[in-house]
Design a protein around this ligand. Structure first.
Ligand code: GDP
Ligand code: MG
Length: 438
């Protein structure tokens, strides 16, 4: 799509404004591409109108041509509609918390129940799996097999013919065993069916679930949207799991389901294996729908240009050994902005898992504390760390909510960094090191 939009803008060069005339062709391409990606036509219409209203009259961002600028507007809008940030699972009230998995037969409920149990285990929860699909004995067996594979205890439903009975007993079991999340794998039908909906409503009333996740097969496109609406009307779902995203589905269903239910997509299934399960990232999905890569990274580069200029200045200072705490604070901010690195890596096939292994949370927490310390200093202190005596440190500690010890640690790190920079700036062997950073 991004190629096409840019081609539509080929005749326009340089800077300029987005205007009624130069936008028509691009909007047509956007409309087609979204329909191609399986987005509901009503959603497409609304979306295109909104993009138009937003883009019209905008100044084209410096460094971009109008086509690229349009891609940016469309991409941001998509992210916005898809929910902005990655949503969390909400576990309310006292444990055991209940998560109900609902959806049509074959959508991936049983598989996703197992995958979710596996993910929650990794995050330190102790889940409990409960098969509630009593109409197909094979379904109970299926969940029991999955449970064994992910090493999560499962309620034995084989002796209980009624879902409500299973619900009651399994909750008791979960409580006795000290499990904190109960995942209920419910029955599905091939089509929406009143009796099933009533059963699910009863279960909901009894279980008071924290989450009701509607499981949708992304490959079924518009059908998934219709059933999402029906399930949402009956049960007031809290979120969506979009399965089979490893297929050809371009994710348009995600956009439509989000629009129709106004509930976030929380997870995606990306394969039959039980570890093929991820939190939903609106930005990645938006890129997938647009089917772009290069353009986005170019746009990002342009946006980072300003930051780069800043970084350049810092580097020069480092080399001249004029680096102050003030500069240190700025460089922390710069590093903070690179936090997006993780999500970028996720876009590269095979890199998603590696990203999960980086303990970025601990790192950024540490950086935030350093930043807080520097923020609590006076301008003089930032420019000349030598004046930081004990009484100043005590004042800063109070202001930033850390201990004097932590301030000393940070100062040590800062001074070591300074020392290293000083060495690098000297001619000779170490001087070459600096080239690596250019
Ligand atoms: P249920 O009837 O809703 O419980 O659906 P199942 O969990 O039994 O899944 C139906 C089929 O879809 C099974 O063959 C699963 O292996 C397959 N499946 C589920 N999720 C995914 C996924 O994310 N990707 C792929 N490729 N297959 C999936
Ligand atoms: Mg099932």
């Amino acid at each position: 799509l991004s190629d096409k939009i840019q081609r539509a803008f080929k005749n326009l060069t340089g800077k300029g404004k987005i205007s009624e005339e130069n936008i028509q062709e691009a909007l047509k391409e956007i409309r087609l591409a979204l329909l191609e990606a399986d987005v509901n036509f009503k959603v497409v219409k609304k979306f295109v109108n909104e993009v138009k209203a937003e883009a019209l009259g905008q100044e084209v961002q410096e460094g971009l041509d109008p086509g690229q600028h349009m891609v940016k507007v469309v991409h941001e809008k998509l992210i916005d509609i898809l929910g902005g940030r990655t949503p969390e699972v909400k576990l309310k009230g006292t444990a055991p918390h209940v998560i109900m998995m609902v959806g049509l037969q074959g959508s991936g409920k049983t598989t996703s129940s197992g995958k979710l149990a596996r993910m929650l285990t990794e995050e330190g929860y102790s889940p409990y799996l409960v098969p509630c699909d009593v109409y197909r004995p094979a379904a109970i067996q299926q969940l029991m097999t999955v449970a064994e594979q992910v090493n999560v205890p499962v309620f034995d439903s084989t002796e209980n013919p009624k879902p409500m009975e299973i619900a009651k007993r399994s909750m008791k079991e979960a409580r006795n065993a000290g499990r904190d999340v109960v995942i209920i794998d419910t029955a599905g039908r091939l089509h929406i069916d009143e009796a099933l909906m009533d059963e699910l409503k009863d279960l909901k009333a009894f279980l008071e679930p924290s989450e009701i996740l509607f499981v949708a097969d992304a490959m079924t496109g518009q059908d998934a949207v219709q059933s999402a609406r029906a399930f949402h009307e009956a049960l007031d779902i809290t979120g969506v799991v979009l399965t089979k995203m490893d297929g050809d589905a371009r994710g348009g269903a995600a956009l439509s389901i989000k629009k129709v239910t106004e509930r976030p997509i929380k997870f995606i299934g990306t394969g039959e294996k039980l570890d093929a399960f991820e939190r939903f990232h609106p930005d990645r999905m938006a890129s997938r729908i647009l089917g772009m890569g290069d353009v986005l990274s170019l746009i990002e580069q342009v946006q980072k240009k300003v930051d780069q200029d800043e970084a350049q200045k810092l580097q020069e200072k480092m080399l001249k050994n004029q680096f102050t705490l003030e500069d240190f604070g700025k460089s922390l901010t710069q590093i903070g902005k690179m936090g997006d690195l993780g999500s970028l890596m996720g876009l590269i096939p095979g890199m998603g898992r590696m990203k999960d292994q980086i303990d970025s949370q601990a790192e950024s927490k540490q950086m935030r504390r350093m930043q807080a310390i520097i923020n609590s200093m006076t301008a003089d202190e930032r420019r000349n760390h030598a004046i930081l005596n004990q009484s100043r440190k005590i004042r800063i500690a109070k202001g930033s909510g850390v201990t004097v010890n932590e301030i000393n640690t940070m100062l040590n790190q800062f001074m070591q960094m300074r020392k290293m920079m000083g060495m690098m700036s000297k001619p000779g062997k170490l001087g070459k090191l600096t080239q690596m950073f250019n």
